[in-house]
Each structure stands twice: as structure tokens, then as C-alpha cells.
Design a protein around this ligand. Structure first.
Ligand SMILES: [Zn+2]
Length: 252
């Protein structure tokens, strides 16, 4: 096995930006903040970006963790991250969003769902609020079934199944997403109460059950179109999403 010797300067730069969060089954290594200027609706907004990695090994000797990176094939497994804005740790009123990765919606701008719209809109809400954080959850594709299975589910949906039936027909629970790690990262970044941007009561419950103080909820109205209307209605009728305005509903 190749052993990498690091320049002591490299190590001292990186170790100041790494934080170890203990979990029941290992460690989360949170790296950041990293300056991330983002083009948001034509304006440049400066976010602080953090990324995290789960690892069985728990050590504060970060040289050991860094030494594993080049052979860990991390590109084969997407990592989650969080975009932070303003004084997230101490601001009295702050907003958070737990955003599930959506390859088709966020990247391609697919109109079969409203994820891309919700992502941009929640970033805008955070900036307008003055502080907040958007968690981008990499293992939540297709409500936790993965991209390939989501492609299969889309084919079933084109043949008469709704979004929930399609997942179930492929052997998945309707919603298998887990928020534990994201909540651990959230707690490392802020202890004061947060307002959650969501229409999904399960996300509220996940935070409450993890002991995170909640100061409120803000809904996020989606980009309703002929392509996603049925899908959005299913989320309200069958997945318990909170619908608050006439003619408007959405998924997250
Ligand atoms: Zn989507």
C-alpha cells in the first residue's frame, strides 16, 4: 500500500478546516467553511460551503483520513454538503432546508418534479432572511431509491402508476430517506432553534425526534405545470404533504 507523506503545511491548512462529529457507527468528517460565490438569479451571492464524509474510522489524527482519500473511490459515491449563508450559528431567526438530491430536476431542470425550482427558491429565501443553510442530501435520490431505480419508476409512471405505487412496485418503501447525519451536521453548525422550509411533515418530525429545537415552518410553493401536476397532487393526497393555498401544492 502506498503511503503518502504530506507537506506539514498542507496538513496544517486542512486540519484547521476539519471537524469530527461522532455517530453511533463511526465518524462524520465535516470540512469547511469554503468560500462559494454563487450565481443566484443573476446576482453573485457569497455562501459558505461545507461537505461531509462518513467513515468507520474515528480519529482526530486527520492525516490518517486524508491519506485514505486517493484510494477511496469517493467519486463512485456521492457526498452530501451544506450551503450556509450569513451568521448561521448565532442569528436569532434562521432558515434551513433539507433538500433531497434530484439529478433530473436540479441538474437538467426537468419539469416532472419541482425540485430544481425548490432548490433555487430556498436559496433565495435564505439570502432574503439574512441567514440560513441548505442541506443537499446525496443519498436521497428518488426519495431514497437511487437514480437507476428512479428511471425505472418513471417508466412505470408513464404507464399509469403514481409516484408512490411505482416505488412500491419496485420493492421500496414509499419514503426511505434518513435525516440523522444531516441533523448531526446541523447541530455542529448551530444549536439555536431553526425554521424549516418544507411542506413535508416527515422532515419536521425527523428534526423534532432528533431533539433539534424548531421555531417554525415555512412552506415552499412549487413550480406547478402540466408535467408535474399529477405528481404534486399525489404528494398531497397520499404522502401527507401540507397543502395551504388553493391551486398550489408541491413535493419535497
Ligand atoms: Zn425532483
Amino acid at each position: 500500500m502506498a503511503t503518502t507523506k504530506f507537506d506539514t503545511k498542507v496538513l496544517s491548512i486542512l486540519e484547521n478546516k476539519i471537524q469530527l462529529i461522532n455517530t453511533n457507527s463511526g465518524g462524520i468528517y465535516l470540512v469547511g467553511p469554503i468560500k462559494l460565490p454563487v450565481n443566484l438569479y443573476g446576482e453573485t451571492v457569497n455562501f459558505k460551503w461545507y461537505c461531509w464524509l462518513n467513515c468507520d474510522e474515528v480519529t482526530e489524527d486527520y492525516e490518517k483520513i486524508i491519506a485514505k482519500l486517493s484510494s477511496a473511490n469517493l467519486a463512485e459515491h456521492q457526498q452530501s454538503s451544506v450551503l450556509v449563508y450569513g451568521d448561521f450559528e448565532y442569528d436569532e431567526n434562521t432558515l434551513i432546508r433539507m433538500h433531497s438530491i434530484c439529478h433530473t430536476g436540479d441538474i437538467f431542470g426537468s419539469k416532472r418534479c419541482d425540485c430544481g425550482f425548490q432548490l433555487k427558491q430556498s436559496m433565495k429565501m435564505v439570502v432574503e432572511n439574512g441567514s440560513g443553510a441548505i442541506f443537499y442530501l446525496a443519498n436521497h435520490e428518488g426519495r431514497g431509491i437511487g437514480l437507476f431505480s428512479k428511471a425505472m419508476a418513471y417508466i412505470l409512471q408513464e404507464n399509469g402508476y403514481d409516484t408512490i405505487e411505482a416505488n412500491e412496485q419496485l420493492g421500496f418503501a414509499d419514503d426511505s430517506r434518513n435525516y440523522d447525519d444531516a441533523i448531526r451536521v446541523l447541530k455542529a453548525l448551530r444549536q439555536k432553534p431553526v425554521t424549516l422550509i418544507t411542506n413535508n411533515p416527515r422532515k419536521l418530525d425527523a428534526l423534532k425526534n432528533a431533539g433539534m429545537p424548531i421555531s417554525g415552518r415555512k412552506s415552499l410553493w412549487g413550480d406547478v405545470s402540466q408535467y408535474n401536476e399529477k405528481y404534486l397532487q399525489t404528494k398531497v393526497k397520499r404522502a401527507g404533504h401540507l397543502k395551504e393555498e388553493e391551486g398550489n401544492c408541491n413535493n419535497d
